[in-house]
Design a protein around this ligand. Structure first.
Ligand code: ASP
Ligand code: MG
Length: 448
């Protein structure tokens, strides 16, 4: 049964400085149904922390990175006086951060511990901003409830354990307080800190909403919803007022950077609606993502995701044999590699992997390539972009005949359509992809 509670999540730019935080606090103050607030690290902080854990820095550089992080927090704190409980917690956390950051070598668990500090600092500071508006606010350590496996840097949540812990520890607080907690981080069964991967705070918010049975999640970011394409690329891009869970999941997966791709999972499991809007302009509305939408069929958006790796695996011995795909996917899964697109023929398979430039660890490592290379010929191509057209009931013939014309203009490396009726994806060379997206948007989404 869904309660009337709302979970609100504020991203890095929404909590970048005091003014931004103050705007977010007003949004919460204006909406009494918001009971849980999930905060990201202030803009720039996680990037510094990623540099720190990558261990390419010497002692002086590490000190400088710590200094930069503390400077961002200090600039916000200059506008506030923390209550004693928050001040004490903040000081202890800052001390832990400084000590850990000076270690010359870190294991994976320590890396996740370091990555967690941005969200932890934000939660102390934001709690005070809310209290200063007169909102009864309690800071809560999300690691007590958001339980995950021990796959550091990309942990998988344990939904049942999270739900149990949330009903024991979090739900009882919600009648009398707004609870401020951290996105992106969790803890494994030994109590060690884990992280959910870059941009994971949206996912955290949806997981918490699921765990407390909230009615909706509000994702506050710096754009007024999800657009038909990146508005920086096409000035005629339009916000989409309503999307279905399926459409939104495809958009997030294939490059609309507004939302972490996994966010839709918990929301659709429990039928929790998701709102995406701008904390700078809440009055402008945003996009509502829900189970049922009345949206028309056809293409509604075009997205792109750069830095894709195309892996082609070929094994002539596999002609008429079986088990080739199983073997490949077992290896990829052993290395925790997530595959996006796949096309196959009898003796070869082509697949794409995401190689996000700011990921907390690289997607493809040499050991995996060696294992694949032991039984098939492997080709790796880089500098490709995955372009995706997204909507519902996309068809190559009939209503969308112009689609074929549009596609025929470009030099396409691989094309996928059919597994889902919500997307049609292809790969193009990275340096042409902006043009491809602009052209598709103009021909298919700007008419009428
Ligand atoms: N701070 C983390 C990141 O920058 C998580 C988030 O903001 O969603 O990736
Ligand atoms: Mg984000």
């Amino acid at each position: 049964m869904n309660s009337q509670y709302v979970v609100a999540k504020f991203g890095g730019t929404s909590v970048a400085d005091f003014t931004a935080m103050h705007r977010c606090a007003q949004i919460i103050n204006d909406d009494p149904s918001v009971r849980v607030v999930v905060v990201s690290a202030s803009a720039g902080v996680t990037n510094h922390l990623v540099t720190l854990v990558q261990q390419k820095s010497n002692e002086a550089q590490r000190l400088e990175l710590v200094e930069s992080v503390m400077q961002i927090q200090g600039n916000i704190l200059a506008h506030l006086t923390l209550d004693e409980d928050l001040q004490e917690g903040f000081n202890t956390t800052a001390e832990q951060f400084k000590q850990l950051a000076q270690l010359p070598a870190l294991d994976q668990q320590q890396c996740d511990e370091i990555l967690s500090f941005g969200e932890r600092f934000s939660s102390y500071i934001f709690s005070q901003v809310l209290r200063d508006l007169g909102v009864s606010t309690q800071r809560f350590d999300v690691r007590e409830v958001l339980k995950t496996d021990s796959n550091f840097s990309k942990a998988t949540p344990d939904v049942a354990a999270t739900e149990k812990a949330a009903s024991d520890l979090l739900v009882p607080l919600l009648d009398d307080n707004v609870v401020v907690t951290q996105g992106f981080i969790g803890s494994d069964k030994y109590g060690q800190t884990t992280t959910l991967g870059r941009g994971g705070s949206d996912y955290s918010a949806a997981l918490i909403a699921e765990a407390i049975g909230a009615k909706s999640v509000h994702i506050w970011t710096d754009v007024v919803g999800i657009f038909s394409t990146d508005p920086r690329l096409c000035n005629k891009a339009k916000p989409i007022p309503r999307l279905s869970f399926d459409e939104a999941a495809e958009m997030a997966t294939f490059g609309a950077k507004v939302l972490h791709p996994a966010t839709i999972l918990p929301a659709s499991r429990k039928g929790i609606s998701v709102f995406v809007g701008s904390s700078k302009a809440p009055e402008q509305g945003g996009t509502w993502i829900e189970k049922e939408t009345t949206s028309q069929s056809g293409i509604r958006a075009v997205t792109q995701r750069k830095n894709q790796i195309l892996l082609t695996l070929k094994s002539p011995e596999m002609l008429l044999a079986s088990g080739f795909l199983a073997k490949i996917f077992t290896i990829l899964s052993n290395y925790n590699i997530s595959v996006d697109l796949v096309t196959t023929s009898e003796i070869s398979v082509a697949l794409t992997l995401d190689n996000a430039p700011n990921a907390t660890r690289p997607e493809l490592d040499q050991a995996c390539l060696d294992e694949l290379g032991a039984f098939c010929h492997v080709t790796v191509e880089n500098n490709l972009t995955l372009v995706a057209m997204i909507g519902s009931e996309i068809q190559l013939q009939g209503g969308e005949d112009c689609l074929v014309d549009v596609l025929s203009e470009f030099d396409i490396r691989l094309i996928c359509h059919g597994a889902s009726r919500h997307n049609l994806c292809f790969l193009v060379e990275q340096n042409k992809s902006d043009l491809v997206v602009q052209s598709i948007h103009q021909k298919l989404l700007e008419a009428a």
